[in-house]
Design a protein around this ligand. Structure first.
Ligand code: MET
Ligand SMILES: [Zn+2]
Length: 719
């Protein structure tokens, strides 16, 4: 270790949005993928976004600038490339990086899943016996050099060894991976880099004694290295807990602590620099100066640096881009730029003013939602009313979202299309979906969701207590971004939201149409949520609004209503100790939303994004009459576990995440598996998620095969 360690700068952020203030990266990526731009043009777009970021951070007065926080797709994938963990089958692809991220004609992409409890998706590293770790430090070095050429010294950010290996289920490869990290540190030292940031968010979860030992081994070893940059190990998304003493005992110079989600550590860190995350990177609210200053004052450390609680990649660029928001709301908001300004002001000890309070809260008295009759009673009432065949076929809700429809929506916003004309087009689209489903011979129809830009935003636009943004894009994965609505006040439903579309669909057909709603947990999970109320109470308010909509759909004559909860798993707390409480209120919220339905009305729910294993008891607890679940990819595994649900179950038999059209035999085989594992009278037949990202051509061919396969098996069962 060099004898002299440079003092850590007084203010920093752990990372920054990288999609570009106007989604420049999205456009550049899509142009490159479509063959409209060269790789050099794509790289140029990336270089411009990085330059813009460093200039802006410096202008705002931030002292410690990060680098290597930019990514063309995902920072975990970048780390895999850095360490040489590129599976052999991708090496000959024209562009191995994007082949791993998105697949090619002949190659499936690597698996993607959610980054801790966020809605950001990372590419899961695939580490097998044939993986040979070999450093390729081109990207971090190039970013350090680009910044230096612009006059900025930066701190490269890399996913740390323990988190990377845990995400790749390969902690047994620590030794080899550490050799690569050592080589990286040496290369950065040669480059004259003073500090490096190693991100270890996995340390805020429950860690076994072996995993804690790996933390010690890793940072003892990296700390003991000859000339190296000073080491800053960043944690975020919660409390370090037992990982903190483990980390504190190693020679790392700085530790990053999330003081928004976690408490001020009791451990004495007087020998270390603490990078104190007091400005939240997970919400859009202004920081309370009293809270931040109190937390900063309570940390006992050699040096305290003001920072964000995590990377700002989870929030939009700037409130300045949102002129349409009400001034009372705007003044409560801070996006990435405003948060950087807060960090700087806190570090300069001139953070003034107080945060304006939100509207006062009038929480309804907690009602205990009345329970519906036992399932057997409901099932009998529904069977008599619906008269569905064995193995009823249905879909998950959305039909393809056409370019014309998106253009029409944009035209309404721009004022070049009347609302009336737009609504006609939505109705025409509903009719198209209904006629197609009738032609295909599906049993339970959907209206197709053409009125929805997004399954959460649409409800946010029609509920009080929410605001939607114009430019508040946040990266979800790769070039995909969402604009999470802002839930800022008490939520209520001024009037029916979906009833007119569902009743229009029902008026076109004699077959039952399913009303289609998003559940309270998912609406909250995919929004930025007020922080002045417990999350549970916010979710209950949303549940009450959904409950009114369920009742109105029923009153309007719909006999089936689906309430989707694909994000149920996502909000699960990272630590085991907090999980039961969450699941209890999440399930209670769902039942509150759905239990106003009569016994004769069939309630469906839909969950996807796999990983359902961990929350099966909770899914069962939702008490939905029918649960459709992602399983085309997780296969038979899920069937074994959901067997115990005594109600209707639709394991997905068509993987809608791929443009591939499954053949009749393939669907038949999946269905045979389902019928073998579950009582046939409980099995439903459906795709594993909504069809909105597919084309009509693919959907028509795939659903025709699904119906043919079902008919074959139905004939055998009914014989
Ligand atoms: C991510 S789950 C999607 C469910 C929704 N009803 C749809 O079909 O699009
Ligand atoms: Zn889904």
């Amino acid at each position: 270790m060099s004898a002299f360690i440079q003092q850590f700068p007084a203010s920093t952020v752990l990372g920054y949005p990288r999609i570009g203030p106007r989604r420049e990266l999205k456009r550049a990526l899509e142009a490159y993928w479509d063959g409209r731009a060269t790789r050099a043009e794509l790289d140029q777009a990336g270089a411009e976004i990085r330059e813009h970021t460093w200039r802006r951070l410096a202008e705002l007065g931030l002292e410690g600038l990060p680098s290597n926080t930019f990514s063309l797709y995902d920072q975990v994938l970048d780390t895999a490339v850095l360490l040489g963990a590129v599976p052999a089958r991708y090496r000959d692809a024209a562009d191995p990086y994007f082949a791993m991220a998105r697949g090619t004609d002949g190659l499936a992409p690597l698996r993607m899943t959610k980054w801790f409890d966020t809605n950001y998706h990372y590419i899961v590293p695939e580490i097998g016996p044939e993986t040979v770790f070999k450093l390729d430090a081109a990207k971090p070095l190039a970013e350090v050099r680009q910044a230096r050429a612009l006059g900025y010294e930066t701190r490269p950010v890399v996913v740390g060894p323990v988190t990377f290996l845990l995400l790749g289920s390969a902690l047994d490869r620590l030794d080899e991976a550490l050799a690569c990290y050592e080589e990286l540190l040496s290369a950065l030292a040669t480059e004259g880099v003073a500090w490096v940031q190693l991100d270890e968010p996995a340390l805020v979860g429950d860690r076994t004694p072996e995993e804690l030992a790996a933390v010690r081994t890793a940072y003892e070893r990296l700390g003991a290295l000859g000339p190296r940059p000073a080491l800053f190990v960043a944690s975020y998304f919660g409390d370090l807990g037992e990982s903190l003493p483990a980390l504190a005992a190693t020679p790392v110079e700085a530790v990053g602590i999330d003081l928004v989600r976690g408490g001020v550590p009791g451990v004495d860190l007087s020998g270390k620099t603490v990078v104190a995350g007091v400005v939240s990177g997970r919400d859009v609210w202004r920081t309370s100066p009293e809270r931040a200053l109190a937390a900063l004052g309570a940390v006992r450390a050699g040096q305290v640096v003001v920072s964000t609680s995590c990377s700002l990649q989870h929030v939009p660029y700037s409130v300045a881009d949102e002129p349409d928001l009400a001034p009372e709301l705007r003044e409560r908001l801070a996006f990435a730029e405003e948060k950087v300004a807060e960090v700087v002001a806190l570090a300069r000890a001139d953070f003034r003013g107080s945060v304006p309070a939100g509207p006062s809260v009038a929480l309804p008295a907690p009602v205990v939602a009345e329970e519906r009759a036992p399932y057997a009673v409901r099932a009998a009432a529904q069977a008599a009313h619906l008269r569905l065949p064995t193995l009823p076929t249905t879909t998950i809700g959305s039909f393809p979202q056409t370019g014309e429809l998106r253009a029409a929506r944009a035209a309404v916003t721009a004022g070049t299309l009347t609302r009336e004309e737009y609504e006609h087009r939505v109705e025409a689209e509903i009719e198209r979906a209904i006629r197609l489903q009738e032609r295909l011979g599906l049993d339970v129809l959907v209206h197709g969701e053409p009125e929805r830009n997004d399954m959460v935003q649409y409800f946010a636009e029609h509920l009080d207590g929410f605001a939607v943004t114009r430019n508040g894009w946040v990266q979800s994965y790769g070039s995909r971004c969402t604009r999470p609505p802002i839930l800022h006040g008490d939520v209520s439903r001024p009037g029916p939201i979906t009833v007119r579309w569902s009743t229009y669909a029902q008026s076109l057909t004699d077959r039952p149409v399913k009303g289609m709603l998003t559940g309270p947990v998912t609406i909250v999970a995919w929004s930025f949520v007020r922080d002045d109320l417990p999350l549970r109470d916010v979710v209950f308010q949303v549940a009450d609004a959904v409950r009114e909509e369920v009742r109105d759909l029923e009153a309007a004559g719909l006999s089936i209503v689906q309430v989707d909860e694909p994000a149920l798993r996502e909000l699960l707390p990272l630590r085991r100790a907090a999980q039961d409480d969450y699941l209890e209120w999440a399930v209670a919220a769902y039942r509150r939303a759905t239990s106003g339905a009569s016994d004769r009305t069939q309630i469906h729910t839909h969950l996807c994004y796999s990983d359902a294993d961990q929350i099966l008891a909770a899914i069962d607890g939702l008490d939905a009459d029918v649960t459709t679940i992602e399983s085309a990819r997780s296969g038979a595994r899920i069937l074994g576990t959901v067997q115990a649900f005594g109600r209707g179950l639709g394991p997905g038999v068509y993987d809608i995440h791929s443009p591939r059209v499954p053949g009749v035999e393939e669907v038949e085989e999946l269905l045979r598996g389902a019928v073998a594992a579950l009582p046939a009278e409980r099995v439903w037949v459906n795709p594993d998620c909504g069809l909105k990202t597919r084309t009509y051509e693919q959907v028509e061919a795939a659903l025709a095969n699904v119906v043919s396969a079902t008919r074959r098996i139905r004939a055998e069962l009914d014989a």
